[in-house]
Design a protein around this ligand. Structure first.
Ligand SMILES: Cc1ncc(C[n+]2csc(CCOP(=O)(O)OP(=O)(O)O)c2C)c(N)n1
Ligand SMILES: [Mg+2]
Length: 255
């Protein structure tokens, strides 16, 4: 039977670190929901995060063992813990800057090695916590505190990056697709090997206000309009697909 999700939180945490309209709280809820529906014992799990707003999703919130590690090094710590105790179910939850900018090297090698980890990347397309600098995921033309006239570099396409590095499974969903996202988190937690989910999570404070989103709701609405399933995408022309974000589960055929 479903438990009250509050029972998964450390007692005494009275407030949230997340800004109004941030998607990270929705993601936190869905991870706990997935754990609850699978009836996993959090005492047999370890949650690892790096530095950034997304790093706060597991730590200090989850009432379990959490490792809040150095910026960019969550996967390295998680790999060490898994090697030491292979029975642990190890989940890495961190931001796009942490996992794919400073930590990109660890990400591709864990994918290549098919290390038995579930990695969830909360992608808000910016370094949220430190003042809105451009990340390796910031879109072309995006205004950030380090690209006031628009970002001149192309962003990583994260699920393709991870599949290209050899991971057997990668997915992309937005926090505005909670049912599909929770289902995929459950799939990752029950699939051995390296599994990765890019979760699109709006940051109205650092990204939205610099990029002409009037309200936090506008960022959510845009995700709701633009995120389509890969089946829907298959029916669209290249022109129709231009502004769309294809979401779903993706696998690598090769072993
Ligand atoms: C070695 C090192 N470099 C830089 C920083 C500063 N720093 C901390 S978090 C962060 C970016 C976090 O961005 P992201 O992972 O996307 O998380 P968000 O806050 O957007 O959720 C940076 C640059 C640091 N703590 N350590
Ligand atoms: Mg970020």
């Amino acid at each position: 039977m479903a438990r009250d999700l509050e029972t998964y939180l450390r007692p005494g945490i009275a407030s949230t670190p997340f800004c109004p309209g941030c998607g990270h709280g929705i993601l936190m809820n869905l991870i706990l929901r997935a754990i609850d529906e699978l009836e996993l014992d959090m005492d047999e799990m370890l949650f690892v995060s790096g530095i950034g707003c997304a790093g706060w999703i597991p730590s200090p919130h989850f009432n379990a063992d959490t490792l809040h590690t150095l910026h960019g090094r969550a996967i390295a710590f998680a790999t060490g813990a898994k090697m030491f105790n292979p029975k642990l179910k190890v989940m890495v939850i961190s931001g796009d800057g942490d996992l794919t900018s400073i930590g990109g090297n660890h990400l591709i090698h864990a994918a290549r090695r098919n290390t038995d980890l579930t990695v969830i990347c909360a992608n808000n397309m910016i370094y949220g916590m430190t003042g809105g600098q451009a990340a390796s995921t910031s879109p072309l033309g995006a205004r950030t505190s380090t690209s006031m006239d628009g970002n001149i570099y192309r962003p990583f396409d994260l699920y393709r990056l991870v599949l290209g590095a050899g991971a057997p499974f990668a997915a992309r969903f937005a926090v505005t697709q909670p049912v599909s996202l929770a289902k995929t988190i459950k799939r990752c937690l029950t699939t051995p090997g390296f599994t990765f989910i890019e979760v699109l999570s709006p940051c109205p404070t650092q990204f939205g206000r610099r990029n002409r989103y009037e309200t936090p709701a506008d960022m959510m609405k845009l995700l709701m309009e633009r995120c389509i399933s890969k089946d829907e995408a298959a029916r669209l022309s290249a022109e129709e697909l231009k502004d769309m974000i294809v979401t779903g589960e993706f696998t690598n055929e090769q072993p």
